[in-house]
Design a binder for this molecule. Structure first.
Ligand SMILES: NC(=O)c1ccc[n+]([C@@H]2O[C@H](COP(=O)([O-])OP(=O)(O)OC[C@H]3O[C@@H](n4cnc5c(N)ncnc54)[C@H](O)[C@@H]3O)[C@@H](O)[C@H]2O)c1
Length: 258
């Protein structure tokens, strides 16, 4: 592996680490030499993730709810306690919410998506940035989506939340750039995963037809794989991507090109 894409000696804090994209990212980053702080909510399979990492990997699992400021402050502190620093923060935990037209979308369900996908991302930035500012270095990848760039019927809460992730990324990039910290967003298209299965099931009683219809909208005519998202996140987090800052980096098979 080229030296500048190595993550040897770096500490990577990943929220939603037990989920599809978080897990693939943790495995790839550990493989490239990073120590992993794996954050997910109570009841998630952090033990399974730790077992899937390379045998020599260093991993600190932390149970936290990203909506709760005390938990978020605690996961940042746990990372520093375990490994002394935070070089990479993958602000990734998220939910898809319900699939319903706006007039039928329950307020509580809308707020629940915003609480995790927007407040959770904000709190992560609020508590990890001071650690990186003290170091004078770091990279934050906020996980948005192509839903941060375009609309999808039935997904108003998710779409609003992912647009917000891009907005906060841009604002914080302006704050953090002069202090040596890179902040950017990654925007996956449809990825073969539980989340897309759930969205497809919400869009149509025929989930297989919904799955095929989504693939047909992608210029590459297929879903992405979690490993393909992880590759982009790992590259952007590495020293090789030193001038990538404040941007929107899509991994979507060309879906936003059309
Ligand atoms: N799967 C896709 O096709 C796709 C496409 C674009 C963007 N994304 C985004 O990528 C990210 C990861 O998605 P995924 O496909 O891995 O989904 P996933 O459901 O497999 O993983 C999400 C993880 O977040 C955790 N989480 C949810 N609420 C939490 C909370 N309150 N506190 C702590 N952890 C919490 C879950 O336990 C889960 O492990 C999300 O932000 C998602 O919106 C996914």
């Amino acid at each position: 592996m080229a030296e500048r894409t190595s993550l040897q000696g770096k500490v990577a804090l990943i929220t939603g680490a037990a989920g599809a994209i978080g897990r693939a990212t943790a495995i790839l980053m550990a493989d490239r030499g990073a120590a992993i702080v794996a954050v997910d909510r109570d009841g998630s399979d952090l033990t399974g993730l730790a077992a899937a990492l390379p045998p020599d990997a260093r991993c600190a699992p932390v149970t936290a709810d990203v909506r709760t400021e005390r938990d978020v402050a605690a996961y940042a502190a746990a990372a520093v306690k375990a490994f002394g620093r935070i070089d990479i923060f993958v602000n990734n935990a998220g939910v898809e919410g319900m699939v319903k037209p706006v007039e039928d979308y329950p307020l509580d369900a809308f707020r629940a998506v915003i609480d995790i996908n927007v407040i959770g991302v904000f709190l992560g930035l609020k508590h990890v940035l001071p650690v990186m500012y003290a170091q004078g270095s770091g990279c934050i990848v906020n996980m948005s989506s192509i839903a941060g760039l375009k609309g999808t019927p039935g997904l108003s809460a998710y779409t609003a939340s992912k647009h917000a992730v891009i907005g906060i990324t841009r604002s914080v990039a302006a704050e953090a750039g002069p202090r040596g910290v890179r902040v950017l967003s990654v925007n996956p298209g449809p990825i073969e995963s539980r989340m897309m299965d759930s969205i497809n099931a919400g869009q149509s009683p025929d989930a297989a037809a919904a799955h095929a219809a989504v693939a047909a909208m992608v210029p590459q005519q297929r879903y992405g794989r979690v490993e393909e998202v992880a590759e982009l996140v790992a590259f952007l987090s590495s020293d090789a991507a030193g001038y990538c800052h404040g941007g929107i980096y899509s991994v979507d098979g060309g879906m936003c090109a059309v």
